[in-house]
Design a binder for this molecule. Structure first.
Ligand SMILES: Cc1ncc(COP(=O)(O)O)c(C=O)c1O
Length: 361
């Protein structure tokens, strides 16, 4: 049996085709077409947010958010994340600095960030790792106290709420990735959700070369990171099925948890938030144990993934003087694995994977 770590959700082809046929009938394939507009308003409604801007991918979403919010100098972020979180900062000429993660949630620790604040820091970039919300209240306090922008990398946090409120509504902006492997996807794509209407408008212009809407001149430097109608078509077809996608992924997450929670540790989920079944991360007791599990799974045709390793603060680009150590992130990177989790993973496959994990422990 071969089980990949991830597999994109494909909506019934006829549903995707029906949206594509609309794009063809309109002969409008990109540049804020009707399907992009429909997807934007349906996502705003579904997620319970305003000022959502669709873009070409989740990395450009982050770059755009930094630009629109005029982030400069340094930004403090988490070392326990995918490389795009820090490389998007670097690409924009912003220095990523790292603070350690919280040992329970695996998310950026607000107290550690606070301890590292200095005059050159203009933003904090926490990540809702695996879809588990950060301590958003603590970051709200920090935002006010230090007059910094808070931009959440919410690439994993589609459809997550804290209480009744979308996790995307916290901070100055939140960015989403709609990559094919994500809970909700547009093949490639992403979005920024801004708190503020002006920042949204500034970013919207930037997505289209800086051209002022209605072709009224150039507002400033821009880029091309528009979402196309073909990508929006996939998004609309996936959104039509999102309730069943989420239900299945959450059930798979719960099934793994039931089978493995006594032998591995899981991130402590925010007490007031829902799960979204984006990943099944597990923390093993030692690096050696994680190597053993990875090897046993690989031999049986199952791909698990070190997600995230290495911890980003250890990369050579980020070795500046006075850098804070991040021992928790370094330790967790060496012994965290994500198991296969995707829409059509069967219960039998989950039992098979969990049994292999248990045997190798
Ligand atoms: C935490 C995180 N941030 C950013 C990204 C980048 O998103 P994209 O692949 O859409 O550019 C990803 C993608 O996997 C991610 O996991």
């Amino acid at each position: 049996m071969q089980i990949p770590v991830n597999r994109p959700y494909q909506p019934p082809f006829g549903q995707y085709q029906a949206y594509l046929e609309r794009a063809y009938a309109n002969n409008w394939l990109t540049n804020n077409g009707p399907l992009v507009q429909e997807l934007k308003s349906r996502l705003e409604e579904y997620l319970g947010v305003r000022h959502l801007l669709l873009v070409a991918n989740g990395t450009l979403a982050m770059q755009l958010a930094y630009r629109a919010l005029q982030v400069r100098g340094s930004a403090i972020t988490t070392p326990f994340t995918f490389i795009a979180t820090s490389s998007s900062l670097q690409w924009e000429g912003i220095r990523p600095e790292f603070a350690d993660i919280n040992a329970a949630s695996f998310n950026l620790d607000a107290a550690a960030v606070s301890a590292q604040m200095h005059a050159g820091v203009s933003a904090v970039v926490p990540v809702h790792v695996y879809g588990n919300p950060c301590d958003v209240e603590a970051f709200e306090t920090l935002r006010a106290q230090h007059d910094v922008k808070v931009i959440y990398d919410a690439a994993h946090a589609f459809a997550v709420k804290v209480g009744n409120r979308s996790v995307l509504s916290y901070g100055d902006a939140s960015t989403l990735s709609f990559h094919a492997t994500k809970v909700f996807h547009t093949v490639e794509g992403g979005a920024v959700v801004f708190r503020d209407a002006d920042a949204y408008s500034a970013a919207e212009q930037m997505t289209n070369f800086g051209i002022i809407s209605g072709n009224k001149g150039i507002a400033g430097p821009g880029i091309n990171c528009k979402m196309s109608e073909v990508h929006a078509a996939m998004g609309l077809a996936v959104l039509d099925n999102i309730a069943q996608v989420l239900a299945r992924r959450i059930a798979a997450f719960q099934h793994y948890k039931h089978l493995l929670a006594d032998v591995v540790s899981l991130p402590q989920w925010h007490s007031d938030a829902n799960e979204n079944g984006a990943y099944f991360p597990m923390l093993l007791a030692t690096n050696e144990q994680s190597e053993r599990v990875l090897a046993a799974l690989a031999t049986a045709g199952v791909t698990a993934r070190r997600y995230f390793a290495p911890a980003l603060h250890s990369l050579k680009d980020y070795q500046y003087p006075g850098m804070a150590p991040c021992p928790v992130a370094a330790d967790y990177a060496s012994r965290t694995l994500c198991l296969p989790l995707f829409y059509d993973l069967t219960d039998a496959e989950i039992r098979y994977v969990a049994q292999l994990v248990r045997q190798s422990l």
